[in-house]
Each structure stands twice: as structure tokens, then as C-alpha cells.
Design a protein around this ligand. Structure first.
Ligand code: ADP
Ligand code: MG
Length: 376
């Protein structure tokens, strides 16, 4: 798909939103959610849920699929986008949509605008959908063995990005101002300028090089490593200063592989400057030179931060999905086969809990997402 059909945002109702949220909740445990279960979780007073689901399928926000053991509904990418964007529109964070300005490895980037027509940047995180294998070796993302985990992986990625961006912004780092987030969507300031990879020459390469190395050191002194500090994630603004973006992979300087990550960030900048500007310096920082000033890694519970449950674990727990160790020899095909063995029979208690989660989710969607409760 890729394209956002934003007209849908206008004519779908609160009941549609509730039905989609019910499917979203049902997908915590099952990739396909039987219609009767959706109706039960949505708990809408006057029936007609099946008709609503049919309409939502027509708009491709849901699909109805035949499973091995039973048939059911599944939220599509567009359906998940709809939930997040509708929540952000209801909160009046965004009110119109513009062009797509970027496609990253694991994201789509759009220009959006608030009610006063101020342009903003929307980042839609899309993880685990295209190729599960790419993320399989990452311990951070050993979620449920469920093809529905793209939902949670994308959501975790967006939540982490917002948490890191806010922590950095609050400490005066040159990062886009974080505005709000919901599910897999992050709304942030739109950076005026372009990625460093588009810059063919600079007046003073040494000054920019120093500025970037100082940023790596400043981050390190706060206990964090960007982890993907390269010409694609360094924007150059209109005043020719760097603005750093793309944070989901940030790690703590206490991470067991911190040195590898730190050196790689430094090397990326060095090699780019040599290649692009013919600039080389013998001055570059090392992890052991850092002077710890503040524990931002502790505040945000960065991945790899010791003695605390890290943010990944915490988000997984809050989303009700377990961290499972994977057997590396297991193939993706077997993965798929392992899903939906069991038909989704819920006890009355489980159903009541799911209904309550729908209510809580719909309430939360009305408030701006607060990251304070994610930081310690
Ligand atoms: P990914 O995780 O997919 O690499 P990024 O966050 O790096 O996504 O964004 C991809 C591209 O989108 C960037 O290289 C940049 O060109 C553009 N972009 C991202 N964030 C912003 C922003 N706040 N303002 C302007 N452009 C942005
Ligand atoms: Mg990037």
C-alpha cells in the first residue's frame, strides 16, 4: 500500500474505531480474530458489528482470512495506521496530510500539519512485516512467535524513539522537537534541510566534523550511544548545523557491546568525511575517554542498561507479550505453521479483561501520550 488514504479518517465513526481496537486487542493472542470474538470484545450495545466489519474490510482496514483451524479478521497496515492517525487527529495534534518525504528501511515519513497549518513530520514505524529474519537475531525483538508481532515491534520502536527523542531534546541536544506519539506513529518537528548524504560540499568540513564528534561524546557522557550515527540519520539544517534523527536502536554505554557500537558511530563519520570531503583527522573519541555526566540511559532505561528492566522488556510486558528465546535453526516457514494451532477460546474473565483493555485504550487515545511513566 504505502499510500495513506486520509479521506477514511473523516467518514469512519467512533464505532468503527472501537471495532478496529477490538481486533487490535484480539490480535495480542491470535493472528486471526473470529468475528464473534470481535463482537464480544467490542461490546457494542446495539449489534451490527458484523456489518461494520464487512465495511472495514471493503476499506481494507481489516481483512478476513482463512486460517488453518479457524477463520477470522486481521488488522491491515492501513487499519493500524488509521487507529493511530485517527487518535492523533482527535487529539488535534495533526489535522492534514501532505506528501511522503522519505522511505527508510523500517519507516515511512510524511509531512503533516497541525490545525494552524504548521508543518510537522510523521514517522510511521514498520517493523517485522517484510522480513522477520532481519530482526530475528536481535534479542530485543524476540517477541511472541506470532505473525501479528509486527504490530508490537512497530509500536515498541515508535515508543522508544519518542522516549529517546524527548530525553535528548529536554537536554538541549539538536534533535527534532518531539510532539506526540500513538501506536507506531511519532509526530515531531519537521527539520528544514536534508540528510548529510545529500550534501556534496561544505565550507568548513573540520568544523562540522568537530561538531559531530562532540555530539557523539556528549551523548556518551549522558550514557548513550546513537547506534546508527551516519550520513542518513544526520540532517543538516538551514544554518548548516547537524540535527540528529532516528533513535529506536539507541543503546546504553553500559551495553556489553558498547565499544563496538561507539566505534562504529565514530568510524561512520570519519569514513564519510574522507570519502565525500577528502577530510581526515587524527582526532576522534574513544569510549574510554568519556566522562560520565548524566545517566540518560538510566532515565530512559536504554537497551543494555544494567540493573534495571530495560525499556524493551518493560514495553513487552506492558503490551502483554512475552520474551521468548528462539531456537535459531527454526525456519520462518515453521514459524508460520506454529501460529493459530489452537482456536481462540476465551474464558469469561479473559473476555472481560479484553473488553476493559479496549475501554482503556480508547480513553488513552484521547490524551496525549505521556512518556514520563516510561522513565524512572
Ligand atoms: P529510518 O528509521 O527508516 O531510517 P529515519 O528516521 O532515518 O527513518 O527517516 C528517514 C528519512 O526521512 C531521513 O533520512 C530524512 O530524510 C527524513 N526525515 C526523518 N525525520 C525527519 C524530520 N524530522 N524532518 C525532516 N525529514 C525527516
Ligand atoms: Mg534512518
Amino acid at each position: 500500500m504505502g499510500k495513506l488514504d486520509v479521506a477514511i479518517l473523516r467518514y469512519l465513526t467512533g464505532e468503527d474505531f472501537r471495532v478496529l481496537t477490538a481486533v487490535e486487542m484480539g490480535m495480542k493472542n491470535h493472528e486471526l480474530v473470529p468475528g464473534s470474538l470481535v463482537a464480544s470484545i467490542a461490546n457494542l450495545r446495539h449489534g451490527g458489528v458484523h456489518k461494520l466489519m464487512k465495511e472495514l474490510c471493503k476499506h481494507r482496514l481489516l481483512t478476513y482470512e482463512r486460517g488453518k483451524q479457524y477463520d477470522g479478521y486481521r488488522l491491515t497496515n492501513a487499519g493500524y495506521d488509521y487507529l493511530a492517525l485517527k487518535a492523533l487527529a482527535n487529539r488535534k495534534v495533526i489535522s492534514s496530510f501532505g506528501n511522503q518525504i522519505g522511505v527508510g528501511k523500517e519507516s515511512n515519513i510524511y509531512i503533516v500539519a497541525d490545525e494552524d497549518h504548521n508543518p510537522l513530520c510523521l514517522k510511521l514505524h514498520r517493523l517485522g512485516r517484510t522480513c522477520f529474519r532481519n530482526i530475528k537475531d536481535k534479542r530485543d525483538y524476540h517477541a511472541h512467535r506470532n505473525r501479528a508481532s509486527w504490530l508490537y515491534l512497530s509500536r515498541i520502536s515508535a515508543t522508544k524513539e519518542f522516549a529517546y527523542m524527548k530525553a535528548l531534546y529536554d537536554r538541549g541536544f539538536p534533535v527534532p522537537k518531539p510532539i506526540d506519539f500513538n501506536r507506531h506513529c511519532v509526530i515531531m518537528e519537521l527539520v528544514r534541510g536534508g540528510p548529510l548524504t545529500h550534501v556534496t560540499s561544505v565550507a568548513d568540513p573540520e568544523a562540522l566534523y568537530d561538531e559531530l564528534m562532540n555530539l557523539i561524546v556528549r551523548l556518551g557522557n549522558c550514557g548513550v550511544i546513537h547506534g546508527d550515527f551516519n550520513e542518513f540519520n544526520i540532517m543538516i539544517d538551514e544554518d548548516n548545523h547537524p540535527v540528529i534523527i532516528d533513535f529506536p536502536q539507541m543503546v546504553s554505554t553500559s551495553h556489553p557491546n558498547a565499544e563496538v557500537y561507539f566505534e562504529r558511530d565514530v568510524r561512520c563519520v570519519r569514513e564519510f568525511f574522507k570519502r565525500r570531503f577528502g577530510f581526515e583527522s587524527s582526532l576522534y573519541p574513544a569510549l574510554r575517554d568519556l566522562r560520565r555526566a548524566e545517566r540518560l540511559d538510566a532515565a530512559v532505561a536504554c537497551s543494555g542498561y544494567r540493573r534495571a528492566e530495560d525499556l524493551d522488556d518493560r514495553l513487552m510486558r506492558e503490551m502483554g507479550i512475552g520474551l521468548e528465546e528462539s531456537d535459531d535453526d527454526e525456519s520462518d516457514e515453521e514459524f508460520a505453521d506454529a501460529v493459530d494451532e489452537r482456536s481462540p477460546a476465551y474464558t469469561d474473565e479473559e473476555l472481560a479483561a479484553l473488553r476493559q483493555q479496549v475501554d482503556i485504550s480508547i480513553q488513552n487515545d484521547k490524551r496525549n501520550d505521556v512518556i514520563d511513566n516510561l522513565t524512572t
